[in-house]
Design a protein around this ligand. Sequence first.
Ligand SMILES: Cc1cc2nc3c(=O)[nH]c(=O)nc-3n(C[C@H](O)[C@H](O)[C@H](O)COP(=O)(O)OP(=O)(O)OC[C@H]3O[C@@H](n4cnc5c(N)ncnc54)[C@H](O)[C@@H]3O)c2cc1C
Length: 297
Amino acid sequence: MPAGAGGAVRSLVPGYEMQAPRDLAAALDLFAREPGVWRPFAGGTDLMVLLEAGKLPHRRYVNIWNLRELRGIDETATHVAIGSLTTYTDIRRHVTLQREFSLLCRAAGETGGVATQNRGTIGGNIANASPAADSPPALLVYDAELEIVSSRGSRRVPYAAFHSGYKKMDLRADELIARILLPRGRDGWRSYYRKVGTRRAQAISKVCFAGALRLSMSGAIEDTRIALGSVAPTVIRATRCEGALRGRRLDAATITSAREILADEIAPIDDIRSTSHYRRTVALNLLEEFLCAALES
Ligand SMILES: Cc1cc2nc3c(=O)[nH]c(=O)nc-3n(C[C@H](O)[C@H](O)[C@H](O)COP(=O)(O)OP(=O)(O)OC[C@H]3O[C@@H](n4cnc5c(N)ncnc54)[C@H](O)[C@@H]3O)c2cc1C
């Protein structure tokens, strides 16, 4: 299916069309002129799997892979802004991300194999909206915001408000995710990331957990973020569990009550990869491991 550059329509796969606009403005113009007719095609790692399986009903795509405006990682005093076409390999190799946003680098390192990491993009991972995606829990922990663009301009959405249900998101047919903005200043937070799958390589998560917390001088939990994948119709932030932890001493009683609250807050399902019971058990164990590790570090 992939197309050449310069706006040409190519049809290398019978029944499918691909446009390759020369810049972002031309791409957004195309989406605006015929909303819903053209869909973005970034690294293609999700779309090509569907195509190969004969499950790609939508027929017209815009190749955004070459749009320079959606590439690059920029740093300001307050934020690190990641272009939506940034690949997992780019993320893993970026020194500031390694230093300040290590959970995202861990997630990138646990996503598929090298080929997928070289081609798969963070924007595609968000827009694909899988509840089992591995980067979104890290983005929730870091209070990420999305910058969304269209020919009408740009707007920002807190990532926590972006996915509203299974495969439902705050993205119109003429819009693209342009950048992911990560607020800086998380010094002193203790962080934890763990993906549990059938095996280490190329496995879709049964449960994915990202957490961070900051302890006060007295040893109480000053603030915390907890996010999980594969335990609900979307990747979720466990805000009730977070609320119950704030202000508490990190001891055995706190851990027991946090487990009880998280058990109520998640709604895992049975599917071909795992059972609801297994996912719930693992999620609670990962919470405990996160809290114990924070205590020891
Ligand atoms: C072998 C293999 C292993 C994998 N392992 C994992 C894994 O371990 N963990 C994991 O989370 N994922 C995994 N994936 C899934 C996939 O690699 C990721 O979801 C990837 O990040 C998708 O990015 P992409 O650029 O390839 O998206 P594409 O396939 O190009 O697009 C995916 C969807 O996003 C839309 N889209 C893309 N970019 C944008 C944008 N900027 N704005 C709006 N919409 C957009 C497209 O229209 C499409 O609907 C795996 C895939 C494969 C093939």
